[in-house]
Design a protein around this ligand. Structure first.
Ligand code: PHE
Length: 462
């Protein structure tokens, strides 16, 4: 099928790879992966993670790409084309993306603030890292900077790129942003591994300590792989729908997985050695990145400079992911409701920004017993912040990935999906048999396991 008249396309193969890699490389790679690798026995975790990405993650990613390119539609349209009763699940996918977008915008704003904090005021961060962060989140007052000003600038930047269009906006931005991200990553890794006392951290990351591997390690690696590869968020179906038929989807999927995993590994080589050198223990998540790391930068010669580079790295990782998740929703609203791209973008960005304010307020009121705490009786908002992440990470992402996989493997059929990759013999796709088996059985069982364990066994996967 040719491209529907006027529908956007990636200009080049490399543009598509960089955009999809930009989506995959996000905060998850930089502030979650290193901590998980540390807990999972260094290289032992890495080996397990690579295995999971190779067998399961890449399978689901290719499924999402083929569905997108075959239908040339946003996720709602794509699901509906395969079978009209699947449409509600497309809507669920978009809803998931929208919820994640709400809090990602907020965290993106915090990251930006920290670039400037290290640039102009590193001494204040060092003096009281926790106090500095909590103050930013509005100690005792409404967090104007943390919930409004910074997230608004971040959201406006992402929205601007999206309104420029798929090729002229998203593709161009990633073509510049991703190389910058790689340079920052390598510069920081070199700084980290050459610090006095870093050798032990490097050794830790390169030595497989299988004694630390438990069932939970496998679950954590699975959850990490899905989040990190941006699966089950309506992103890769949308990005796949802009790919030309002359592109080798199987090869590109492999490349994107390799880039994402390499970035995660390099982030591990930044965090773990530097944290070891400072005599601390690697952690993960926002409080680790915004609070604990201050002690590391404080002890490095020229630490404020490397702090700026580190938060810039987080900024590029976050904004390229944010753009991708916004685009999933924008494409759906634009095509399903026949609304212009600009109007759809402005509407979606504004609503997700407004809802997202509650996320920051919630995080703030969980930590600071100020007027918001009193106002909400210490209850309403705190529940909100955790609830958003719980809902998406534990429930919606695995459900979407599962439905997507069932839809492609069993309803549409792996034969047709393989033909979509092969394009009448233009591309060999030697691993088609393996992919088909993985999509039909292994991936589905693995995702169902994450879902059940996360929901009923209360295991933390995110
Ligand atoms: N892959 C992203 C990450 O690792 C996940 C994500 C994508 C989150 C898009 C938000 C938006 O952080």
């Amino acid at each position: 099928m040719s491209n529907p008249a006027g529908r956007a396309q990636w200009h080049s193969g490399i543009g598509f790879i960089l955009a999809a890699a930009g989506s995959a490389v996000g905060l998850g790679n930089i502030w979650k992966f290193p901590g998980r690798a540390y807990e999972g026995g260094g290289a032992a975790f890495l080996i397990i993670y690579i295995l999971i990405v190779a067998v399961i993650g890449s399978t689901v990613m290719l499924a999402e790409f083929t569905l997108g390119r075959h239908t040339k539609k946003n996720v709602i349209g794509a699901y509906a084309q395969i079978g009209s009763k699947w449409k509600p699940f497309g809507i669920l996918g978009i809803t998931t993306g929208f919820i994640i977008n709400c809090y990602y915008i907020q965290v993106g704003g915090w990251v930006m603030y920290y670039v400037f904090s290290y640039l102009f005021n590193a001494a204040a961060v060092y003096a009281d890292p926790q106090g500095y962060f909590l103050n930013f989140l509005g100690a005792g007052s409404f967090p104007v900077l943390g919930a409004i000003v910074c997230p608004m600038i971040f959201a406006a930047l992402a929205a601007f790129v999206i309104t420029r269009g798929v090729s002229k906006g998203i593709e161009r931005f990633n073509k510049v942003g991703m190389p910058i991200l790689f340079i920052l990553l390598i510069a920081l890794a070199i700084r980290s591994v050459t610090l006095p006392g870093a050798a032990e951290g490097v050794r830790y990351m390169l030595t497989p300590n299988f004694a630390m591997v438990t069932f939970d390690t496998w679950l954590a690696a699975l959850g990490q792989a899905f989040f990190s590869l941006s699966l089950g968020m309506a992103i890769m179906v949308t990005y796949g729908s802009y790919v030309k038929k002359e592109e080798n989807l199987a090869k590109n999927t492999a490349l994107i997985c390799v880039v994402d995993t390499t970035v995660a590994f390099l982030a591990g080589m930044i965090i773990v050695p530097a944290v070891f050198a400072a005599g601390l223990t690697p952690g993960k998540g926002g409080s680790f990145a915004f609070i604990s790391l201050a002690a590391v930068f404080e002890n490095i010669p020229g630490g404020a400079f490397f702090g700026v580079l580190f938060y810039l790295l987080l900024f590029f990782a976050a904004i390229t992911s944010c753009i991708s998740i916004m685009e999933g929703t924008v494409a759906a609203v634009t095509e399903q409701k026949n609304i212009s791209r600009n109007k759809a973008t402005i509407g979606i960005v504004t609503t997700s920004f407004l809802i997202g304010i509650l996320y920051t307020v919630s995080q703030a009121s969980m930590n600071i017993k100020g007027i918001w705490w009193d106002f909400t009786n210490g209850l309403t908002f705190p529940v909100f912040g955790d609830f958003m992440e719980y809902l998406t990470d534990r429930l919606l992402i695995p459900i979407n990935a599962l439905i997507g996989c069932i839809l492609v493997a069993w309803v549409w059929g792996t034969k047709k999906a393989i033909e979509e990759v092969r394009q009448g013999g233009n591309f060999p796709f030697k691993l088609a048999g393996l992919w088909s088996f993985s999509a039909k059985f292994i991936a589905i069982i693995a995702i169902a396991t994450i879902l059940v364990m996360g929901l009923f066994m209360g295991r933390a996967l995110s």
